[in-house]
Design a protein around this ligand. Structure first.
Ligand code: ATP
Length: 366
């Protein structure tokens, strides 16, 4: 188990600033995820930690040891790749033994370590197969066993599940997490899939355009996003830019958008004329149940039945608002084109400054 510390890391590719001002501390045994859209720099960061790229600026420490000038093969990290990267002409045994042979370990020790690694990914009995006779999920297990067999200080995962189908992804992510927990290997996991990140991680760093936007536990990231990018990227959220009325009413203030008028928390809005009012689809309630407080009326645009949830999209003042209804019943489903009324409880509203995009009011950390 190892801790990792990254200080003021920067990496350019010509004109492209792939990473800037990256600061991170990852604890021993932690499962840490880099989450962000395509091109945000997460793979570059992972590969710089592995030593495949060299940073232009900044320091990387593993267990307190500065490794800036340590070559990749001496960093003792194990990498699991998106495209499995198993050697097609080698058997499962030889694939997993590869890194151990490079390290010139005695034969019986190699045999023991390969068996242990295959056991932990449930591939005992597959030693003599070649990868072309394995499913995608099994090939990825070989990739995982090979990375683990060398007993690395750190495991690095580069979108390891993106080539698998939806059901297998869920199975494999649980397996990866179970193996990681059992062995306690510090892990850094790259994904653009926010649900995967929420499920698998101890902590998440959300990235955009080479910059870390927020670091936190899955719950913190989802319920307490610190800027509009994080709120928008993790989960679904409605955002309305609304005009603030002058006077506060106690600790509440009125915000308007056309005919829509909402009471929002006043905290943090003092010097603003406009504010971004954000709320999640699952926090919306039926207008009547809320006593018609903070009512949002609109025209039903789309109705999607998704099993445990029905998702509605309504046109409110020319903008689309998403509402989730749990335990939907067929008889209660609204008609497309019909006027509908929901409400947003004031305590589930998050506020952002429209200029800076930063969170304001209760829950803002800066
Ligand atoms: P994806 O999910 O698509 O893999 P990512 O978040 O991992 O994206 P990176 O691959 O780290 O993003 O890329 C970050 C930025 O650096 C992008 O703008 C990309 O085009 C650029 N980039 C990455 N690798 C190189 C390279 N070898 N040469 C030039 N530019 C690169």
């Amino acid at each position: 188990m190892a801790s990792i510390q990254i200080i003021d890391l920067e990496k350019h590719f010509g004109e492209v600033k792939a990473l800037s001002g990256i600061n991170l501390e990852i604890d021993k045994g932690e499962f840490f995820t880099l989450l962000g859209p395509s091109g945000c720099g997460k793979t570059t960061l992972l590969r710089t930690i592995a030593g495949f790229y060299h940073q232009d600026k900044g320091d990387i420490y593993i267990d307190g040891e500065l490794i800036n000038n340590v070559p990749a093969y001496q960093r003792n990290t194990g990498m699991v790749f998106q495209n499995y990267a198993v050697f097609p002409h080698m058997t499962v045994f030889d694939n997993v033994a590869y890194g151990l042979r490079v390290r010139k370990l005695p034969k019986d020790e190699i045999s023991r370590k390969v068996s242990a690694a295959l056991k932990s990914v449930h591939l005992e009995g597959y030693e003599q197969r070649t990868p072309d006779k394995l499913s995608g999920g099994q090939q990825q297990r070989v990739g995982l066993a090979r990375a683990m067999a060398i007993e690395p200080r750190v495991l690095l995962f580069d979108e390891p599940l993106s080539n698998l189908d939806a059901k297998l992804r869920i199975e494999m992510r649980e397996e990866i997490r179970a193996v990681q927990k059992a062995l306690g290997i510090t892990s850094i996991y790259v994904t653009h899939d926010q649900e995967e990140a929420l499920v698998i991680s101890d902590r998440i760093a959300v990235m955009n355009q080479g910059v870390i936007q927020q670091i936190g536990k899955p719950w913190e990231i989802y319920t307490n996003p610190q800027n509009m990018f994080v709120a928008y990227f993790v989960g679904k959220i409605n955002m309305l830019t609304m005009h603030l009325e002058e006077r506060a009413e106690g600790n509440l203030r009125r915000a308007r958008l056309g005919r829509l008028s909402l009471l929002i928390p006043a905290e943090g809005t003092k010097d603003l004329q406009e504010v971004v009012v954000a709320f999640r689809p699952e926090d919306m309630v039926e207008a009547e149940a809320a006593g018609r407080k903070n009512e949002i009326t609109g025209l039903m645009k789309t109705v999607s039945f998704m099993g445990s949830v029905a998702r509605f999209e309504l046109d409110v003042e020319g903008q689309l608002i998403t509402v989730d209804r749990h335990r939907p019943r067929e008889a209660d489903m609204p008609q497309k084109g019909a006027p509908v009324a929901f409400a947003v409880p004031v305590e589930s509203i998050l506020l952002f400054d429209p200029k800076s995009g930063l969170r304001i009011g209760k829950g803002a950390q800066q």
